[in-house]
Design a protein around this ligand. Structure first.
Ligand code: ZN
Ligand code: FE
Length: 256
């Protein structure tokens, strides 16, 4: 199985998984990069997995469905290009002989879902859209901090080896903020150096993995004493887990 991030717009990735004959893509905000890749790899599109309703994740869906007849999967409650198979927590998307469990992860949008496959060539794989980014998380457009914290807790419970395929290359700017939060986290400093090298040669920093994210991602580390302490320097009233997480997210929003 080949896993390929197709760049789109300025910093989106449309993830493609293919077995040499058939392919699936995740969050095609544009059809053209996908159509070109299908031709380049000589594969047929079988399924389109959509995580949430934002146009940079959905605008290519209809053209791809019409061109290929691929099955479209998406969240239960969001406004989506029809027709599609809507999936709730615990239901599955099927493609390439794989089963993807749907995890409901509200916060960025109200109905955002992620797709998890326990075994792709021996390793678990997660397509998480705009919920979890490497060293960061999505903005809270439709959900509350409590919802996003619970969604990230759900993802953080996945196995260490889980390959994390998120929809944007935001890693370097996320790392700048993460380093401001935890200046003495050596795993974070090492990762920042490695990520800078990758981006200097236009290589993706993704997929990341869950073990690394638990070590470096401040939004998965909001209960760590050093993170709580740093957040209280931004908002002294932040005390419990949800208010610390909420203040961390607000701090990131205004961080330059
Ligand atoms: Zn989005
Ligand atoms: Fe997006």
């Amino acid at each position: 199985m080949k896993l390929i991030p197709l760049p789109a717009f300025t910093d989106n990735y449309i993830w493609m998984l293919h077995d040499g004959h058939h392919a699936l893509v995740v969050d095609p905000g544009a059809a053209q990069p996908v159509l070109e890749a299908l031709t380049r790899f000589g594969v047929q599109l079988e399924a389109i997995l959509v995580t949430h309703h934002h146009p940079d994740h959905t605008a290519g869906v209809e053209a791809l469905r019409l061109a290929t007849g691929a099955t479209v999967y998406g969240p239960q409650q969001e406004l989506m290009p029809e027709p599609l198979t809507r999936l709730a927590q615990g239901e599955q998307a099927h493609s390439l002989g794989l089963h993807f469990d749907v995890l409901e992860v509200p916060g960025h949008t109200a109905g955002h879902i992620a797709y998890y496959c326990a075994n792709v060539d021996g390793a678990p794989l997660l397509f998480c859209g705009d919920t979890l980014f490497s060293a960061g998380c999505g903005r809270l457009f439709e959900g509350s901090p409590a919802q996003m914290l619970a969604s990230l807790d759900k993802l953080a419970a996945l196995p260490d080896a889980t390959q994390i395929c998120c929809a944007h290359e935001y890693t370097l700017s996320n790392l700048k903020f993460a380093c401001a939060v935890e200046s003495r986290n050596t795993a974070l400093m090492d990762y920042a150096a490695a990520a800078q090298q990758l981006r200097a040669t236009q290589q993706p920093t993704l997929p990341s993995n869950m073990l690394l994210e638990r070590q470096v991602n401040p939004f998965l580390r909001s209960r760590e004493p050093e993170v709580i302490h740093a957040v209280q320097g931004f908002d002294a009233s932040a005390r419990d887990a949800v208010s610390v997480f909420a203040a961390l997210r607000r701090w990131k929003n205004e961080f330059r």
